[in-house]
Design a protein around this ligand. Sequence first.
Ligand code: SF4
Ligand code: SF4
Length: 260
Amino acid sequence: MGASDQQTLAVWKFASCDGCQLSLLDCEDELLLLADRLRIAYFLEASSAVVEGPYDVSIVEGSITTAHDAERIQEVRRRSRTLITIGACATAGGIQALRNFADVQDFTAIVYASPDYISTLQTSTPISAHVPVDFELNGCPINKSQLLEVIAAHLAGRRPRVRAHSVCMECKRRGTVCVMVAHGTPCMGPVTHAGCGAICPAYDRGCYGCYGPMEAPNTAALGAQMTELGASEVDLVRMYRTFNADAEAFRRAGEAHERG
Ligand code: SF4
Ligand code: SF4
């Protein structure tokens, strides 16, 4: 297979911690196996060598928090045939979307010695709020195997096999005893998107929802169960206000508990 059969891959960073890009770097052995099909053309975290676009597929990490980035993502979309977003920041606004529930000036005044130098938007928003997105991969950070599946599916021209069921299903599959049922440990697994392999319950911890909402989560039922375990409305608001606070289902659940 010649170079002309290769697809070009670009990786872009917006407001984020780089953890999802590190998951991609962690795939280097597997990506080498795909070298005849995929050419990494733009990935500044891995190499300063840049091939000019347009690109067959772009992977985007991070949320939009500045006016400059709101313009930059339009340019990225124009130069990308397929655009895939990865991680809680790119798919839901990330932990930095906590500003969406407050006044960002209150945060900059506390964090920076000279907040006047900070130029930022009032909100942190996912990439899909700005441009059409072809596929969103949840996680904080994303799961390496799921990322490889998304890339392989793209190369094969099919839908990625990434299930949108809950973390509870993953507990059942690996035979983990439910921490909520057996020990009364609060767990967001019933409303959280699968993908991590239910790693926290496997270590006797409750899930704290880092993969964001599953498809059609029953947050009311989980709220009732958490209340039975002793959680207050404030606890429940805090439970939803983390990495995926502004993902629609978690935002609505948080607001419902805020109203009490
Ligand atoms: S431990 Fe959590 S994720 Fe696992 S089955 Fe129980 S509620 Fe679901
Ligand atoms: S917090 Fe939940 S979704 Fe995140 S790694 Fe732990 S079990 Fe998985």
